[in-house]
Design a protein around this ligand. Structure first.
Ligand SMILES: NC(=O)c1ccc[n+]([C@@H]2O[C@H](COP(=O)([O-])OP(=O)(O)OC[C@H]3O[C@@H](n4cnc5c(N)ncnc54)[C@H](OP(=O)(O)O)[C@@H]3O)[C@@H](O)[C@H]2O)c1
Length: 264
């Protein structure tokens, strides 16, 4: 969907990829409503969007709180007089192990990364369906295409998002709603510093893969044509994106490389 003149709601917009997408969409002529929990950081995103000449507002809420999610959807519809495009970039990373991560931490990753996005989309898309147009953009990631050590619940939540988006896209054929999954590789954001360890404490380190990643602005720049064209799925990143194809055609070789090199 061409974002010019459209009402776009972006989650995860207080930092990283969500923030960069909000600014790019604002620059492309969208009116932006930006969400996350940190209100002060959202105001910075609002200012950056307004600096591009766009109308922009903030709506803070917690994706892990389903009541807050449905309440925010009602408020967003009022603030924007209808949401034309929902961009779901809110998410939390993990650096815990598959067996020893505290169950509450594992469930939190799913609450934010899977259920937060899914419940929000389920609250927003019926109005798009009634209008006969709209777009859902979901930021998943290459770990939604393969698993890796210390990423189990994150990877599982992102795989689940891919399955849900693929099903939804088929169900919405002919309704005028496009479903676009953006699949970044490594992007230099706060995600690994804030990722949850076994006990729920933040990892507090930027992993080497992340450090070598593209900038969030570059990620948004490459995402924009996919958003405008409404492509079903778009890989965005460096050589790590090739891993998705390698894993599909030669999984043994891929696993060997993963074991030798780690994931970054
Ligand atoms: N960076 C990468 O290499 C990479 C690769 C593939 C996919 N991704 C995905 O890209 C998306 C954006 O991540 P990022 O890399 O840009 O990291 P980031 O800078 O840490 O951004 C994460 C965003 O999600 C928001 N968020 C986290 N928990 C939330 C909650 N409970 N409720 C509401 N908002 C919440 C954060 O805001 P608040 O803390 O203010 O709430 C922040 O705006 C995520 O879905 C991530 O999985 C990232």
């Amino acid at each position: 969907m061409d974002p010019r003149g459209k009402n776009v709601w972006i989650t995860g917009a207080s930092s990283g990829i969500g923030r960069a997408l909000a600014v790019s969409l604002a620059e492309a002529g969208a009116r932006a409503l930006v969400s996350a929990r940190r209100a002060d950081r959202l105001e910075e995103t609002v200012a950056a969007c307004r600096a591009k000449g766009a109308k922009a507002d903030a709506l803070p809420f917690d994706l892990a709180d389903v009541t807050a999610v449905t309440g925010a959807a009602i408020q967003a519809a009022r603030m924007l007089a209808g949401v034309d495009m929902l961009v779901c970039a809110g998410g939390v990373g993990m650096r815990g192990t598959a067996l020893d991560t505290d169950s509450a931490v594992a469930r939190r990753v799913f609450e934010v990364d899977f259920w937060g996005t899914v419940e929000l989309a389920r609250a927003v898309l019926p109005a798009m369906r009634a209008r006969g147009s709209g777009q859902l953009v979901v930021v998943t990631g290459v770990l939604g295409k393969f698993g890796a050590p210390r990423r189990s619940f994150y990877s599982a939540a992102k795989h689940a998002l891919h399955g849900w988006c693929d099903s939804l896209r088929e169900e919405l054929l002919g309704t005028g709603i496009e479903v676009t999954a953006l699949v970044p590789g490594w992007v230099r954001t706060e995600i690994s510093e804030r990722a949850l360890e076994n006990d729920g404490m933040p990892h507090r380190k930027t992993d080497p893969g992340q450090r070598r990643g593209i900038t969030p602005e570059e990620c948004a720049r490459r995402a924009m044509p996919a958003i405008v064209k409404g492509v079903p799925e778009q890989l965005i990143g460096g050589i790590e994106c090739g891993s998705v194809y390698l894993n599909r055609i030669w999984p043994g070789l891929f696993r060997g490389m993963l074991r030798r090199r780690g994931i970054g």
